[in-house]
Design a protein around this ligand. Sequence first.
Ligand SMILES: [Fe+2]
Ligand SMILES: [Fe+2]
Length: 268
Amino acid sequence: MNKKGQKICDKVTSMPKVWWKDNPVMTHFFNSLSVLLPVGEAFFIKSVKYYEKKITKESLLEDVRLFLHQEAQHHKEHSAWNDMIKAQGHNVEAVGRSFNLFIKYGQKYLTPIQLLAFTVASEHVTAVLARIVLSNPRWLDGASKEYRRIWLWHAFEELEHKAVAFDLYQNVGGSYFLRVFSFLQTSLVFPLFIFEMMVKFSLKDKILFKLRTWRQVFDFGLLVGKDFFKIMFYIGEFLLPSFHPKNHNDEGLIHHYGPLLKKFCRPT
Ligand SMILES: [Fe+2]
Ligand SMILES: [Fe+2]
């Protein structure tokens, strides 16, 4: 409970069209991530679950179960978030159509180890985003507290389980080349899908061709620009043959956010 006696992570059931302080571009950025997440998380769960029965190492099995639980909770929370976007009149299925097709065809034609390699690559990108958002308050500065908490909670758990898919991949004999190949594709398509979704949201809101929107796009660019080298460095670390997610120490962030978010924000 906080000072006012309210739960820190109150359930959010409705959302204003613009929940990031008077800024539809930031709102659309996070809403686009939310459209992508439940589909991505269902993909990660399936890819990891395939190998669950083959795990013989007890500690890895425990980590995998925590990973599956956390991703299932994220899936639930972001599906609820997307329902709130739908209630505003947006066609979430249409916004996420190309990404859904991409995932559907991937699941149809790729082998289990290729799917796991994509999961490992995506988990790395997600962990980098989580680290950036948790270490730089400007990303969520303008968000109302009830929406900010959901993103902080998700980012925190992404850092908590950042190494699980990677450890599983190593454990089942995944190669360096497949991991890097999947990573190059993931880091290329991920920003493209986000960009496409942001354009679709803006078109529907009839703000794409407004000067104010482009000023906000410029501000968004500045925000990305300030973290650009950090993002590139963190993302690029994945290319090293010696890379392991835990080579990068996030304990400071985990200890900072953990007591607050774990106590109040974890959904039951
Ligand atoms: Fe997640
Ligand atoms: Fe994750």
